[in-house]
Write a protein that binds this ligand. Structure first.
Ligand SMILES: Cc1cc2nc3c(=O)[nH]c(=O)nc-3n(C[C@H](O)[C@H](O)[C@H](O)COP(=O)(O)OP(=O)(O)OC[C@H]3O[C@@H](n4cnc5c(N)ncnc54)[C@H](O)[C@@H]3O)c2cc1C
Length: 391
């Protein structure tokens, strides 16, 4: 088998890249270790930046998003028992964010790929990459019990944080920047109408809490917890009790409860690989970087990477020039580090740290007060939250 671009991973990075290349007339093959059903049901992110929404529309996969997506023109920061709205439309030039679950994005992208009769090989086993610095890089894998080889001009490593592409690069060729956080998020999906029209980020003595949603019927709620939290110690009643405490306001705001349909603990880390390229292998999305979810950036950053990669591959196949490919890593990393900074800042602002002294708590409250009372500070939050412009 042969293809110009071999794409490993059918997450947001791999599927957006495949579609962007298709629109440029560049063929590719997507290899995915899981089944289509698994990919389409995996619950993860749910907040799309304006640029991601616009791209879905431009690519012709925005139909369901238009019907089902929930546009949010702001968020609430809640602390000391009071809520304070950050108005994105007013502060960020009319931009907003849209709630539309990641697995719904995946369904739309897979449907578009298959409708165009382009290949996605699901349940590809034992995937490995070879000859990354040579003229003929290749992907080896097993499909339907048969050993296969896919020869490519380029390989896109879109296989997430635990994939095979990044570990295939000799360790000395990469520099890793990493930060682990001393807490995690206990998240639930609940069959309950969201108690707010917009997301609520709550700072509380007992720890951070986030109210989000997936649809007008489904709430997504998170509690800051220990990194090794045992989910078995959290029956539904205990989770609701804790959520009520952390979201409580002086004016008696009410949180709507409902049956918990899924729960789990998500770790928090910041991670960057430099460079994001090795020979003919280009890393994109979580394969190259991880952000803590507080800024809702993981999916959106993956999309930003593959926009840069598609444009660079487009230039190469149209003119034979490789200037944009050579600058891929540098171009992506400028945005990656700005998004890392923002995600770290949101996380540091809103969470309780075990080593925090009363001084640090006062400082956090003062910063929250500043962000919600200074237009300049609120604008900084808003323009990062809705998504920095693509270069
Ligand atoms: C539990 C969880 C909750 C999250 N919640 C949020 C959130 O609320 N907000 C937010 O912004 N971000 C969130 N994220 C992050 C966000 O979902 C990711 O940033 C986003 O999925 C990155 O897309 P990606 O395509 O780079 O990687 P992925 O979505 O991880 O896709 C990689 C794909 O590669 C496949 N793959 C892996 N290894 C191989 C292999 N060897 N061979 C073939 N295929 C392979 C995987 O099966 C997967 O389909 C969450 C992540 C997790 C894990």
């Amino acid at each position: 088998m042969r293809t110009p671009v071999g794409i490993i991973g059918a997450g947001p990075a791999g599927l957006f890249l495949a579609l962007l290349l298709e629109r440029l007339g560049i063929e590719s093959v997507v290899l995915e270790m899981h089944s289509r059903k698994y990919c389409e049901q995996r619950v993860r992110a749910g907040l799309l930046e304006q640029g991601t929404v616009n791209l879905m529309r431009e690519l012709g996969v925005g139909e369901r998003l238009k019907r089902q997506g929930l546009e949010h023109g702001g968020i609430e920061l809640r602390f000391a028992g009071r809520g304070h709205r950050i108005d994105f439309r007013e502060l960020a030039g009319g931009k907003c964010v849209t709630i539309y679950a990641q697995h719904e994005v995946i369904k739309d992208l897979i449907a578009a790929r298959l409708a165009a009769n382009r290949p996605i090989i699901f349940e590809a086993k034992d995937v490995s990459v070879q000859n990354l610095q040579g003229s003929a890089p290749a992907i080896h894998f097993r499909a339907n019990g048969m050993a296969e080889q896919l020869e490519c001009d380029f390989i896109a490593g879109c296989d997430g944080f635990h994939g095979v592409c990044r570990p295939s690069i000799p360790p000395g060729a990469l520099t890793i920047y990493e930060r682990e956080y001393p807490f995690a998020w206990l998240g639930i999906l609940a069959q309950a109408p969201p108690s707010s029209d917009e997301l609520i980020y709550a700072y509380h003595q007992r720890g951070f809490a986030l109210l989000s949603m997936r649809s007008p019927e489904i709430s997504r709620l998170y509690l800051q917890c220990a990194p090794d939290e045992d989910i078995a110690q959290w029956p539904d009643e205990r989770i609701w009790e804790e959520l009520h405490k952390r979201f409580a306001t002086v004016d008696g705001w009410k949180l709507t409860e409902g049956p918990v349909i899924q729960k789990g603990v998500t770790g928090m880390r910041s991670f960057v690989t430099e460079p994001m390229q090795f020979g003919k292998l280009f890393l994109a999305g979580d394969a190259a970087h991880i952000v803590p979810p507080t800024g809702a950036k993981g999916l959106n950053l993956a999309v930003a990477d593959v926009r840069v990669l598609a444009q660079a591959l487009g230039e190469f196949y149209a003119s034979g020039k490789n200037q944009l490919l050579a600058r891929y890593s540098e171009t992506c990393l400028r945005r990656v580090w700005k998004v890392q900074r923002f995600s770290w800042w949101m996380t540091s602002l809103l969470h309780r740290f075990v080593d925090h002294k009363p001084f640090d708590q006062r400082r956090q409250l003062a910063e929250l007060d500043y962000v919600t009372s200074s237009r300049a500070a609120a604008q900084t939050l808003a323009e990062n939250y809705v998504g920095l412009p693509m270069e």
